[in-house]
Design a protein around this ligand. Sequence first.
Ligand code: PEP
Ligand code: MN
Length: 263
Amino acid sequence: LVSREAKREDTVITVKDVAIGGESVTLIAGPCAVESIDQMMLAAEKVRLAGAKILRGGTYKPRTSPYAFQGLEEEGLKILNTAGRFAGLPTVTEVIDLPSLEIASRYVDILQIGARNMQNFRLLQAVGQTRLPVILKRGLSATIEEWLMAAEYIMAQGNSQIILCERGIRTFETATRNTLDLSAVPLVKELSHLPILVDPSHSTGASRLVASMSRAAVAAGADGLLVEVHPEPCKALCDGPQSLEPEDFTRMVESLRPIAAAV
Ligand code: PEP
Ligand code: MN
């Protein structure tokens, strides 16, 4: 169902008045984790002014360490929802299991399946039974075929609103958090009709590398970017080192305009 043979034309997913796929480059931005109402209101306003069309914020965080901040859960979803409505931006959050899916579906416009859950087949099927658009991140060590098969799990349940997201894969290289596989962008476009985003934040792990990887992603044909932006990255509870300051995000977006038809 996800293959080009199944459908020739590119899929365009519309959330409120925002399109993902097609001619424009859609920017999704916000902090890794929802931390407080003040943080989210500020983040929402700043990313909207810079040109972001969708607000992100994690409230169920699949952290490597069980002692790290795990997210504000439903309280965080209320904050994300309020900040999104305040700024007039649709929202996206990650779901990690069936209970978080059930709760998050009531508060957000788009669901996200994170890299660590790309092959959580029961979760994929459950998301496939909703009618919300889903961002499906590539697994830490997933091949493109495994990734597209994960999308197939969602679509086989009747939900065809899937947005793929390349977020870097694990290689022998440790200088960056992951290795951004930009060739995935044109390859996925060849193999599938689904839109594809690039996440320059998790793929590099370093805010100073985000702008150049964003430009490269857009040049490679990405339908959008998923970028971590925090009002005060040095105080972030999660992923501060890879989060852009709002001013840097604004500059980065400006630098995309000569490359993309419409940002
Ligand atoms: C995230 O988007 O905050 C996240 C946890 O990403 P990934 O699943 O790609 O690691
Ligand atoms: Mn993160």
